[in-house]
Design a protein around this ligand. Structure first.
Ligand SMILES: *Cc1c(COP(=O)(O)O)cnc(C)c1O
Length: 399
């Protein structure tokens, strides 16, 4: 099909919720994707931190093929083999004792919010339902997740929002302490803010948050939808901060590209959910769980990919710092952990994203002026070199 026809039909039949770049992606392998006109791109977006093993990883493809031949979907009225296997893998490799499966990050956060409220209600305080979240956070687009998201620009037009949310600046322990009351049931935070501009907390922030939560008998919910599944160089980002949450949500990287989310919790908290309290028709279905099992098994084998992620973090940051010293008037900051990296610019980044697209590399820009690099964890030096060369050329042009 001609490009124009794709664009016409897309705008004719699909709701106008995305600003899209003018390419049609049709095929992917590893770090690369190809558009309908045969052009090759290096993918540093990875479906927004989803394709942790790259595109069409053979183990994920085979797992999906095999499972599709055996059983694609059955109801959660029955036991599901790959779901049990996946839950066991997640529990054995995290703080958690129990898992609830759903289909996206927002849904995982909805489940976490419901569980935190139910847990608090069960303790006997009917007014204890408030949740504190951070300014500049991102927790998804469904109504409660949108309310949890501490950014007005996403909420505007959708009021009334869900009652019971309060916001504090991220990485400000005093602000959090001042906001605590007997009616707070949980604090919900991203370990590193992703959509909010790749914002890292101080190393001791989460330890202080954990202590405050313990002192006030408040649950700590970590939204690891973006930071989980090896993205930051550990399987889960909380491991960097030497703490454990009570509830954690994951999604993006979990299924290696298929839609799956999960909410994990300790037994103490998870017990607040009883049959009938929460459910999802598709949640944890055989097909997506088989893909997620293959994804986690590949990720954890020998710890190779996590090591690779950490090695590439050092190399990548070094290269980006090299750019910063060449273009100090344009690049304000380089930050991130693992392969969740941000480059804060002194100007809007969208024209740079477009210029990179033309040169054959996909990157993302968040909060207007932070270029975000979230490649598959299989990225190698030579691909980072290619990206940095292209960025260098683009920066020279706007100099
Ligand atoms: C992407 C994201 C979400 C929302 O996930 P969806 O699958 O789009 O619903 C929630 N929280 C964080 C931290 C995210 O990065």
């Amino acid at each position: 099909m001609e490009l124009k026809k794709y664009f016409d039909e897309s705008s004719r039949y699909i709701m106008n919720t995305y600003g899209r770049y003018p390419i049609v992606l049709r095929k992917g392998r590893g770090m690369k994707v190809w558009s309908s006109d045969g052009k090759e791109y290096l993918d540093f977006v990875a479906g927004v931190a989803v394709n942790i093993l790259g595109h069409c990883h053979p183990r994920v493809v085979v797992a999906i093929q095999k499972q599709a031949q055996r059983l694609i979907h059955v109801s959660n009225y029955y036991y599901i083999e790959p779901q049990i296997k996946l839950a066991k893998l997640l529990v054995e490799n995290s703080f958690a004792d129990k898992v609830f499966f759903c289909n996206s990050g927002a849904e995982a956060n909805e489940a976490a919010i419901k569980l935190a409220r139910k847990y608090a209600k069960d303790q006997g305080n009917p007014d204890c339902f408030e949740i504190i979240t951070a300014l500049n956070s991102f927790h998804g687009r469904t109504l409660a997740a949108l309310t949890a998201t501490g950014q007005e620009k996403f909420q505007k037009g959708f009021e009334p929002l869900v009652p019971g949310f309060k916001y504090v600046p991220f990485n400000d322990i005093n602000a959090l302490r001042k906001t605590l009351t007997d009616n707070i049931c949980a604090v919900l935070l991203e370990p590193i803010q992703g959509e909010g501009g790749v914002n890292l907390p101080d190393q001791n922030y989460f330890k202080q948050v954990r202590d405050l939560c313990d002192e006030y008998n408040i649950l700590l919910i970590l939204d690891e939808v973006q930071t989980g599944m090896g993205r930051t160089g550990k399987l889960f980002a909380y491991e960097h901060f030497d703490i454990k949450p009570d509830i954690m949500t994951i999604a993006k990287g979990l299924g290696g590209g298929v839609p799956i989310g999960a909410m994990l919790a300790t037994d103490k908290v998870a017990n607040a959910f009883q049959p009938g309290n929460h459910a999802s028709t598709f949640g944890g279905n055989p097909l997506v769980c088989a893909a997620a099992v293959a994804t986690i098994e590949t990720l954890l084998e020998d710890g190779f990919l996590l090591d690779q992620c950490n090695r590439m973090n050092i190399y990548f940051i070094e290269k980006l710092e090299g750019l910063r010293s060449k273009f100090p008037w344009l690049i304000k900051d380089i930050r991130g952990k693992g392969l969740l990296l941000g480059m804060e610019l002194t100007q809007e980044g969208d024209s740079i994203v477009k210029a990179c697209l033309e040169k054959g590399v996909l990157i993302n820009c968040t909060t207007g002026n932070v270029l975000r690099f979230i490649p598959p964890l299989i990225v190698h030096r030579k691909e980072i070199d290619q990206l940095v060369d292209i960025l260098n050329g683009v920066f020279l042009k706007i100099s």
